[in-house]
Design a protein around this ligand. Sequence first.
Ligand code: HEC
Ligand code: HEC
Ligand code: HEC
Ligand code: HEC
Ligand code: HEC
Ligand code: HEC
Ligand code: HEC
Ligand code: HEC
Length: 477
Amino acid sequence: MKRSGKWSILILIILGLLIASALAACTTSQAPAATTSEQQASEPAPTAVPASPKPIVVEVNRNVGAINPTSSLAITRGMDKVAQECVSCHAKETPGIVNDWRESRHGHVGVSCLDCHIVNKDDPTATQHETLIGTDTYISTLVPPSRCAECHPNEAEEFDHSGHHRAALQVEGKDAMQKLIHHHEGQDNPEFNNASQETGCMQCHGIRIELDDQGNPTPETWPSAGIGNVYPDGSVGNCTVCHTRHKFSIAEARKPEACASCHLGPDHPDIEIYENTKHGQIYAAEGSTWKWDSAPDAWEPGDYRAPTCATCHMSGIGELTTTHNVSERLYWNLWGKRSKVRNSNDPMSPLTGDGEQGRAKMKMVCTSCHSERMTDSYFSHGDKAVNLYNEAYYDPALKMLNDLKDKGLLKENPWADEFQKIYYHLWHHQGRRARQGAMMGAPDWAHWHGFFELQQDLYRMQDIYNYRIENGKIEEP
Ligand code: HEC
Ligand code: HEC
Ligand code: HEC
Ligand code: HEC
Ligand code: HEC
Ligand code: HEC
Ligand code: HEC
Ligand code: HEC
């Protein structure tokens, strides 16, 4: 599929050039928006909407990058009057948005504001601008992934099979987490107990977005930059976290910064881990000179010298095709309390993915640049570290916890109990850092922020455990 895509890529490039020149012709004669912010400041964008040009119908071949070899998509070049009005008025009202859109692939192929924001009158999110009142055009502020899926069905389906899909759903159902958010972090404050959710969890994980009686999203649930938003129509995800609106650029999503807003910090320091690797070091030294905008599945070593997060977890490379399922190339679950091998088709399962196949695919990434011997030896180091964590740290910690629980020697509030706090840090912070640092080749995180801290945790837990068992009571603080 991949190789036969070459002709379609060529065809697309030719089409692209045609479209670009058509667009250039359109924009010079009738562009509603100014090109630079300076121009914008000095000469206001024209508001009059020119007559629609003769529509150019472009057949976009969907066989690029094995996206969807069977379907094709018709784009009408000449946007209708309503669509043009969105652009011309918003060029004044929200010039940043219009500028991003104009520079995007969507802008180039004529996917307009209306294509994403239009909804039926009876849609619960339907609203009307003052200028739209009296017309039959209704728009929605929210653009759920189901809308993107109308034109990009495969990306959305792959996303729905990934661990990203469950990011908000899994937080919703869990009492302990709701208690952490509202009771412990929110201190049951009558007005502000949701603040830590709105500024924290939700901005990474997402939330179930709710509507007010006007059809607008409520301030408690929007804006949410989280990856697993649940939209009023039931569709799940947030396509704007890696390729941000309104540019929707693959070049942006391929850079490690696209993942860094969420994959950082004490409990999953993936960007810090990356910076600690040779790959990250090479990216920092010369990434600005790499080619970032090759077509999907045609972005290959040579365009770049070292892999980014996307290269290893998502992009096509060698015989591997691009995927929006970030769980597809994984072997272990490395965030859980004890690491197990992935073996489930259910995106709601912590073990979503197929461990054996995941490992084989990840190795295909490495062997595009490294030898098989180096790759195999590398993974034997990492797996050893994960097994060491499981057996030498997690198992004994859990045994002590269960003993104390049986004997009634745990405080009811886990966040005010020294033993339970260290237990949490052992698996959730230090333990993840050791495992993820080891599997992603970051010695500082595997060792100093990982195993070194783990042995300290274990010794401290053993002291507290011995005290409680010997004295039959919880120590004074
Ligand atoms: C005559 C001017 C005008 C036209 C035409 C217009 N808009 Fe707007 N639009 C606005 C203004 C003003 C706002 C409010 C901006 C603000 O809150 O700062 C807005 C807000 C929006 C919002 C955000 C709503 C919210 O509550 O956050 C969306 C989405 C939007 N417009 C889309 C569109 C689309 C799609 C079209 C074409 C059908 C369109 N607009 C046409 C002026 C216009
Ligand atoms: C490819 C789809 C797409 C296109 C094309 C598009 N939008 Fe959006 N727009 C989105 C998405 C996604 C959001 C985020 C909404 C959400 O949180 O669900 C959004 C949000 C917005 C918002 C509210 C958020 C903010 O940042 O203020 C405005 C206003 C808006 N769009 C205006 C426009 C205008 C004007 C155009 C045309 C120049 C446009 N959009 C074209 C997808 C699109
Ligand atoms: C009406 C159809 C349509 C809708 C709706 C749509 N797109 Fe697109 N999108 C296209 C077309 C056509 C292209 C250009 C051909 C291609 O690259 O596949 C494109 C290209 C892209 C690209 C590649 C950009 C690049 O740098 O090459 C991304 C990413 C993307 N869309 C994301 C989205 C997201 C996210 C949404 C929803 C918020 C969305 N699209 C909604 C039709 C659409
Ligand atoms: C907006 C926040 C956000 C961004 C951006 C983001 N992620 Fe995630 N990611 C998450 C969250 C939250 C989870 C945990 C989901 C869960 O299990 O609840 C996650 C989980 C994962 C997982 C583990 C999935 C599993 O099955 O356990 C991988 C791998 C991953 N992300 C890779 C990436 C990569 C690569 C990028 C960038 C290209 C990225 N993420 C961008 C928030 C994000
Ligand atoms: C800075 C972004 C960020 C914030 C804030 C955040 N998380 Fe996460 N969370 C992540 C990422 C990324 C992962 C995936 C870790 C991995 O794969 O190693 C994750 C993993 C998880 C997991 C394990 C995955 C699963 O499916 O069970 C849970 C549970 C979780 N987070 C709950 C929360 C809760 C509850 C909050 C707020 C009290 C929160 N998170 C705040 C980014 C964040
Ligand atoms: C975790 C980050 C992330 C999220 C979330 C994400 N994308 Fe992407 N997307 C990427 C990356 C990285 C690429 C470039 C892959 C490559 O190197 O070819 C990409 C490429 C694309 C492309 C170009 C064609 C292709 O498949 O490579 C489209 C279209 C697209 N994304 C649409 C979507 C849609 C629709 C959603 C929501 C369902 C979405 N993306 C969510 C990271 C993301
Ligand atoms: C050189 C390839 C490579 C790069 C670059 C890379 N990763 Fe990884 N990543 C891996 C491997 C290998 C694993 C462990 C897979 C396994 O389970 O065997 C992993 C594991 C993960 C996990 C843990 C999933 C879990 O089960 O908890 C997350 C999250 C993740 N990576 C995110 C990222 C992010 C974000 C970046 C960029 C900042 C990144 N990765 C860069 C190869 C890479
Ligand atoms: C795009 C090519 C590319 C890919 C893909 C790639 N690497 Fe690398 N890697 C490099 C380059 C370049 C270096 C720095 C030169 C060197 O030391 O070999 C490097 C360095 C390393 C190093 C440090 C070696 C040393 O002796 O300094 C390790 C370990 C490594 N890579 C492991 C991996 C693993 C594991 C994968 C797959 C999960 C992978 N790499 C994928 C290009 C790549």
